[in-house]
Ligand binder design. Structure first.
Ligand SMILES: Nc1ncnc2c1ncn2[C@@H]1O[C@H](COP(=O)(O)OP(=O)(O)O)[C@@H](O)[C@H]1O
Ligand SMILES: [Mg+2]
Length: 249
């Protein structure tokens, strides 16, 4: 059974904008799936449906076979969403408080929360900043803080929405390393990005969205040839997948 199944998912906003239409997708446990598509193709709206932050106009999302609207709290525990702008995810006065927010809200036992915060900060190598204000972190560190906040909720599936936006090269390397580590430790990864050259060498599967529809789905090496016609730049050179970060593998 897929860990995540999207069935005929359609979202129409009150102003009539059809943001996504008739999306069907099955994701297996442990997969590393990249979702690409031009601006406005519906990637973020799709992501917001995966842990119940938006409700479908039509269709549904199943986690381990269960519709997520049956138990939204369980869905938020299973699917962690790392937002596009890490500043939007900051909720605490300090780095440690920020990471504690998620598990506290999911009613983890208070005695456990302190331990989870320590583990999560250590996992992304931010322990030394525990008492600092989140706003005093660099772009890459803020993104890692957002990841720690998600890890603290112990999700099986992690969705990253454009995690490389605004990062310099060392920031990209830090965040990509962390994503690859999470994949290796058994998490199912959905990575939304148009920066395919950074990730494609690591992906099991590539999905392309265009005008709210899922227009291609398959092995990166076969789907990538169709990417450019949908406005996604192709990271191929001499027929080979190129990744500036292949050495990270
Ligand atoms: N709150 C909203 N109200 C109306 N339309 C929206 C809203 N949010 C997004 N949209 C529209 O839905 C479409 C998909 O948006 P989005 O998922 O953010 O695209 P992407 O993340 O692929 O750039 C766009 O046409 C966008 O204008
Ligand atoms: Mg987006």
């Amino acid at each position: 059974m897929p860990v995540l199944e999207i069935q005929d998912l359609t979202h129409v906003f009150p102003d009539g904008a059809v943001a996504i239409a008739e999306i069907n997708l099955k994701v297996n446990a442990g997969e590393f799936l990249v979702i690409a598509g031009p601006n406005g193709s519906g990637k973020t709206v799709l992501a917001l449906h995966l842990n119940g932050l938006l409700r479908p106009t039509r269709g549904k999302v199943l986690l381990d076979g269960e519709p997520i609207d049956k138990n939204i709290i369980a869905a938020r525990k299973k699917v962690g969403l790392v937002f596009q702008d890490p500043d939007n995810q900051i909720v605490g006065q300090t780095v440690a408080e920020d990471v504690a927010f998620g598990p506290e809200n999911l009613n983890f036992p208070p005695a456990q929360v302190g331990m989870i915060v320590k583990e999560s900060l250590a996992a992304v190598d931010l322990s030394q900043f525990a008492t600092r204000s989140p706003h005093a972190l660099s772009g890459g560190e803020k993104r890692k803080l957002a990841i720690a906040g998600i890890l603290a909720m112990k999700p099986k599936i992690i969705v990253f929405d454009e995690p490389f936006t605004g990062l310099d090269y060392p920031g990209v390397v830090q965040v990509l390393k962390e994503i690859l580590r999470l994949h290796k430790t058994g998490h199912t990864i959905l990575l939304i990005t148009h920066e395919l050259e950074k990730v494609l060498a690591h992906a099991d599967r590539l999905v392309i969205m265009h005008k709210g529809r899922l227009v291609a789905d398959g092995k990166p090496e076969s789907v990538i040839y169709r990417a450019e016609s949908y406005g996604v730049r192709m990271p191929l050179k001499d027929g080979e997948k190129v990744s500036a970060l292949t050495w990270l593998k």
